[in-house]
Design a protein around this ligand. Structure first.
Ligand code: ATP
Length: 342
């Protein structure tokens, strides 16, 4: 049986709405998710599907005047929804580490990278200066920075993108957080460096027994690293299962379309299925019916539930709506485009 303490985060009925011209619109709509110790949970979906909205709701980094967060985000006994800022400041960095897409934006250009990591330790631990420097060198070693002592005194612009992201990761894990949220941590990096950073995240997770939420639009990244996967479309989770099930037995038409659009080879002329259309903007989001229906118009309206519910089709495998039962790809090439596979 699962130990109570294995559950790190329990997100229930999370709604995050942004104010646009006076009205609030849900960008995350009734999100239910759990994160366990020793688990990498990937949240995957196209741009605009609401992935980063979930991340910012968890860590409480949003414009409180124009963002409304309701529901529960339970971290142990604590509900992070509505938590006061001084408590949040203690939890951020200490219990929950954050890695963003663009390491340059996360770092202060005018400060030595070693001092930036040491600063996190200054705020969250009672280490003295010497201990902090020692710990930073240890962290730089852990994240695979060559010549850590030398690196300590460098400025962000003197480092490559991959090394900068290692600094950000060192900062995120400095206080051994139980939870790490990585929002597109490899998107800004070269392909070869991407794999190294993913390997690093995995080894950190194994060593520290933390839980990682990995936000990505890249199913290749998911296949390589995730244990559990939540597929998001237009603010909602449309499918959730373990990684093997998502790749070997996907059901929701959106998950199947995403998988179908993945390159199968390195051939630049490979024909890729492109999902026609885009995620609707917040204001244009249909608030009733199946939000994905518009992108699979060849599936009859009767296949969709009027108010799609999430069904547990097998233990641990959740799918929104029953339309998957009638879903098929088009036989002709009308939803297929030749796009450069790079
Ligand atoms: N602060 C904000 N104010 C208003 N609308 C916002 C705000 N942040 C995000 N949105 C909108 O909310 C929706 C979800 O955005 P979000 O960034 O969470 O998606 P995402 O899946 O992370 O996409 P991306 O990968 O492009 O960041 C989008 O329609 C976006 O335009």
């Amino acid at each position: 049986m699962e130990k109570q303490s294995d559950l790190l985060l329990d997100i229930q009925h999370l709604h995050t709405a942004y104010r646009l011209q006076g009205n609030f619109y849900d960008a995350a709509d009734d999100i239910n998710l759990t994160l366990k110790r020793d688990e990498i949970l990937a949240i995957v979906g196209e741009s605009g599907s609401g992935k980063s909205t979930i991340a910012s709701s968890i860590i409480g980094l949003y414009d409180h005047k124009n963002t409304r967060v309701t529901g529960d985000i339970l971290y142990n006994e604590l509900n992070l929804v509505g938590l006061n800022e001084s408590l949040f400041n203690k939890i951020r960095g200490n219990n929950i580490g954050m890695i963003f897409q663009d390491p340059l934006a996360s770092l202060n250009p005018l400060m030595k990278v070693g001092d930036q990591v040491a600063e996190t330790l200054y705020y969250h631990t009672d280490m003295n200066e010497k201990q902090r420097v020692t710990r930073v060198i240890e962290l730089f070693n852990q994240v695979g920075m060559p010549r850590p002592e030398e690196m300590y005194n460098m400025y962000p612009h003197e480092l490559s993108g991959g090394l900068r992201q290692r600094v950000v990761i060192a900062m995120a894990i400095a206080c051994k957080p139980e939870i790490i949220i990585a929002d597109e941590p490899t998107t800004a990096l070269d392909v070869t460096i991407q794999a190294q950073i993913l390997d690093l995240l995995e080894s950190i997770q194994k060593e520290s027994h933390s839980g990682i939420i990995l936000i990505t639009h890249d199913l290749g990244v998911v296949a390589e690293t995730a244990d559990e996967v939540a597929v998001m479309y237009a603010g909602q989770i449309v499918e959730k299962a373990d990684v093997k099930t998502i790749f070997e037995h996907p059901l929701h038409p959106y998950t199947r379309s995403l998988l179908n659009s993945m390159p199968q080879s390195d051939d630049e002329d490979e024909e890729l299925h492109v999902i026609q259309g885009t995620v609707p903007s917040l204001k244009n989001m249909p608030r009733t019916g199946d939000r994905f229906a518009a992108r699979i118009p060849w599936i009859p309206a009767s296949a969709h539930e009027d108010e799609p519910k999430v069904h547990e089709v097998e233990p641990g495998h959740f799918v929104r709506c029953t339309c998957w039962q009638e879903f098929h790809f088009l036989d002709d090439d009308s939803n297929k485009e030749v796009v450069k596979n790079k």
